[in-house]
Design a protein around this ligand. Structure first.
Ligand code: ADP
Length: 486
């Protein structure tokens, strides 16, 4: 079934075209689903289309594996994660090649994604053994009040295509460290990196059933995971409408929810900003992963006195950008994930131009799913691209005059994931970072993601946090134990 692939792997066993249930590599019964290369458009692999009954089997496998996994010491679980981390790093280039092949991003960015993912594995193999309980001084004599942390149980993880390895590792590593077992559903567009990750987990000694991957179309798998009373938590990364629908489907069984949803991030450049720092922040916050990130700077607000200089310098940088094959070292960014993504960016651009925006610069790009990076200025605050996430390499500059106005514009969205601000004034920085309605604030930087900090949003951007010690707590229940008669 496997065809020779561009960027071929050192270890061909990592190109897996089976799902993984109860420690067994599983084929589907129906027609397989094609996995396409977003740059060449070639189908280079196929995965099983598993439905409700195989998903139910995966849930059973995770439930059977749970007691023994939870009963292991945290240090034993941490040691398995440590071996898994070592394998991840040993196969870093192959994992990056799979990411480029199915997602399209550049090889350099894919290597960065493997490192980012390794950060979660490293953090949680250490955090596993740092799960502390509490002893509360009792207000009445003769009693001991204790709090223990217990693993939640079987968890479902539904992950998107934009970071196929990192979005999975940041759910699976804390879940397994806490003693939970997992049924994961990767995006049908990018399932292969997840399967390679599972293979390395198997090699590292993750027992069968502790980590399962079901592949296939989303609806029947999602429905089965959400309606199951055995599944005690759903962790989802994706769009707000799908997240809201899944949350509703989880309501009858009262599941714990982790939702990492849409962002529509603002980036504010104030008059006193250091131009070079602000430019670097805006470029990376906007164009990382070709703009296909939930923390991408979708709305770049620039104050009056610095705007002309900022636009001129930004335009120069954008003109030099190249969109193309992720395996070509000349490419700054890769293709977009599918033709619908390309069409959406074009609609956002055309609608903004119709509303008075001007194109200030355009990079180069070739390929059917390639969108040449572009910079728009004078974008209206009510343009489609300020209201919706563009998820592509189109930077939008909007003007503002006063600090108050900038803050109001930045907060004028139902979302609240990442925000960015560029300034050298400490009191302005303090005031604005407090005033931004968001889960995260980047100051003079566009690169805020790290495994050791809590990632997550407010408002319609989601619930819960991933990464850091807070991310481990999301997979634990507190149990209060009151001992009397002492
Ligand atoms: P994006 O716009 O980033 O593709 P989606 O929310 O559509 O975001 O997808 C994120 C993840 O959610 C993917 O794994 C996708 O397959 C899954 N998904 C989409 N629709 C559903 C659904 N109805 N039930 C369960 N999962 C879904």
């Amino acid at each position: 079934m496997t065809k020779a692939i561009r960027g071929s792997l050192d270890d061909n066993d990592l190109l897996i075209q089976n799902a993984y249930i109860g420690g067994v590599w599983t084929q589907g019964k129906g027609a397989p689903i094609a996995v396409d290369d977003p740059f060449t458009l070639e189908t280079f692999a196929e995965i099983p289309d598993l439905g409700a009954s195989d998903t139910a089997r995966a849930i059973e496998a995770a439930a059977s594996a749970f007691p023994a996994w939870a009963a292991r010491t945290a240090h034993e679980r941490g040691a398995v994660l440590r071996r898994w981390l070592e394998l991840l790093l040993r196969h870093k280039e192959d994992l990056a090649r799979l990411i480029v092949r199915e997602n399209g991003k550049t090889f350099g960015e894919a290597l960065g994604e493997v490192d980012y993912s390794a950060g979660f594995m490293e953090l949680y193999c250490e955090e596993a053994g740092r799960t502390l309980g509490e002893l509360i001084p009792s207000p009445t004599p003769g009693r001991r009040l204790m709090v223990e942390r217990e693993p939640i149980g079987v968890c479902a993880a539904i992950t998107p295509w934009n970071f196929p390895l990192a979005m999975l590792a940041r759910k699976v590593a804390p879940a397994l460290a806490a003693g939970c077992t997992v049924v994961a559903k990767p995006s049908e567009l990018t399932p292969l990196t997840a399967l390679a990750y599972a293979k390395l987990g198997e090699e590292a000694g993750v027992p069968g059933g502790v980590f399962n991957i079901v592949t296939g179309f989303a609806a029947p798998i999602g429905e089965t995971l959400c309606s199951s009373s055995v599944v005690r938590k759903l962790s989802f990364t994706g769009s707000t409408p799908v997240g809201a629908m899944l949350a509703a489907a989880c309501a009858p069984t009262i599941k714990r929810l982790g939702l990492e949803l849409g962002g529509n991030a603002p980036l504010l450049v104030f008059n006193d900003a250091d131009l070079d720092k602000a430019l670097d922040a805006a470029i990376v916050a906007k164009f990382r992963n070709g703009g296909q990130s939930c923390i991408a700077a979708n709305r770049i607000y620039v104050q009056d006195n610095i705007r002309d200089r900022f636009i001129a310098a930004f335009a120069e940088r954008v003109s030099g950008m190249v969109a193309g094959d992720g395996f070509d070292s000349a490419s700054t960014i890769g293709p977009l994930i599918n033709s619908a993504a390309v069409a959406k960016v074009a609609v956002h651009r055309d609608e903004a131009l119709g509303g008075g925006a001007r194109i200030m610069a355009q990079g180069s790009g070739q390929g059917e799913r390639v969108f040449a990076p572009a910079l728009l200025a004078d974008v209206a605050q009510d343009a489609l691209l300020t209201r919706e996430e563009t998820f592509g390499p189109l930077a939008a500059i909007i003007g503002f005059s006063t600090v108050e106005e900038g803050l109001t514009l930045a907060n004028a969205t139902p979302f609240g994931l990442a925000t960015y601000l560029c300034s050298e004034d400490p009191s302005l920085i303090a005031r604005v970072s407090r005033g931004l309605e968001a889960g995260m604030v980047g100051i003079n930087t566009g690169l805020i993601s790290t495994a050791v900090a809590p990632f997550g949003g407010v408002k319609m951007s989601g619930l819960g946090r991933e990464g850091s010690a807070h991310g481990l707590a999301e997979y634990q229940n507190l149990k209060y134990i009151c001992q009397g008669g002492l």
